[in-house]
Write a protein that binds this ligand. Structure first.
Ligand code: DP6
Length: 358
């Protein structure tokens, strides 16, 4: 190996939005959840992370930049992902450039990682999900790792739980698993992005400010103090995931919308049941819920499902293009951006909302 080369790979990974939420860990280090969760992967054009990973004998240490700013890699989560992926690195040869990296060389070589989000970081738009999934995917490409997406998802999981679901497009299930070492806590694709392609997603960015309580500390407090969380994990989610899988398989929008809204509301009820209570939604979020509920009732059958993560932004899933157009018209009228409703902007998906990772 000479000193003067750099080998690079770039990957792009969309974020995902849970329709059955992950909230609570049974193991904080390995990131093992207290329940299964199900998500939909978004169109990378609107919400994605692009990560370039580079290796060179000239690099003195592992370094990372997020949106152009260097961030420390000392956190256990990055170290866990890097360690796990390095373990699986294989020989890489680039004949054109005259580069050959043997398996054992990966232990000594350092990495530079540059990552960009095309959406606000940590504003409840699941930036860590796309971020860690993309990091693991890009490193796997660079290091010629053989493992499939599900196996890679178990590594991304150790960066951020929800990241494991971003390795696939379409609808994805994170199976909580039973093993203590977390080897069976991984993501599987339920259906691909073509299965239900008339769905249409609109995100109402109620606030792009950083959230006050991170998901990690919020769910820790919920696990420690919320009885509702215990009930949800043991009694509610196991049944709900079966019903959700059925709704997705049959493209049954009425059931899908009912389950999605109920699960979002229960997740936020768990937050309120936490001591001290956590408030992720604000008045605008609540008004959006009321608006959608009223509209769905007046139509006789649901046109739109809503779901909110650890922040005030509404993710609205319309049953088809027509419902999406009507929804947008209603939102722009009742919640004009940059008005006293405190709403920042809208992100609008197109018909190809569900795409493959990578
Ligand atoms: C509300 O995956 O961000 O978005 O595992 O601690 O990194 P860590 O948490 P994170 O939590 C996501 C919580 C959620 C629900 C979900 O995406 O399932």
């Amino acid at each position: 190996m000479g000193e003067k080369w750099v080998l690079m790979k770039t990957a792009q990974t969309p974020t995902n939005i849970a329709v059955i939420k992950y909230w609570g860990k049974r193991d904080e280090t390995l990131i093992l959840p207290v329940n299964d969760s199900i998500s939909v992967t978004l169109d990378p054009a609107h919400l994605c992370t692009t990560t370039t990973v580079a290796v060179s004998p000239a690099f003195q240490q592992d370094r990372m930049w997020l949106n152009g700013k260097e961030i420390p890699l000392s956190g256990g989560r990055y170290q866990n992902c890097l360690r796990e992926i390095r373990k699986r690195a294989r020989e890489v040869e680039d004949k054109e450039k005259g580069i050959k990296i043997e398996k054992k060389d990966w232990e000594k070589l350092h990495l530079h990682i540059a990552s960009y989000n095309n959406f606000p970081t940590a504003a409840g738009l699941a930036s860590s999900a796309a971020g860690f999934a993309c990091l693991v995917f890009a490193l796997a490409k660079l290091m010629n790792v053989e493992e499939d997406e599900s196996q890679l998802s178990a590594i991304a999981r150790q960066g951020s739980g929800s990241a494991c679901r971003s390795l696939f497009g379409g609808f994805v299930k994170w199976i909580m698993g039973k093993e203590e070492d977390g080897s069976d806590s991984l993501a599987v694709q339920l259906v691909d992005e073509k299965h239900w392609d008339d769905l249409f997603i609109i995100i109402a960015v109620v606030s792009s400010r950083q959230k006050e309580t991170s998901s990690t500390s919020g769910m820790r407090e919920s696990v420690e103090t919320s009885l509702l969380l215990q009930h949800r994990a043991k009694e509610v989610v196991p049944k709900r995931t079966v019903q959700m899988e059925e709704a997705i398989k049959n493209r049954d929008f009425a059931s899908f919308a009912k389950l999605t809204c109920a699960d979002s509301n229960q997740f936020h009820a768990v937050c309120l049941d936490t001591s001290p209570p956590i408030f992720y939604m604000n008045d605008t979020s609540h008004r959006i819920i009321s608006h959608v509920e009223k509209w769905n009732r007046s139509e006789g059958s649901p046109q739109v499902a809503y779901t909110f993560d650890a922040g005030p932004n509404a993710v609205l899933i319309a049953r088809d293009r027509k419902a999406a157009a009507q929804l947008l018209q209603r939102l722009l009228f009742s919640f004009p951006p940059k008005s006293d409703t405190d709403l920042d902007s809208y992100i609008i998906g197109d018909k190809t909302i569900l795409q493959d990772a990578g």
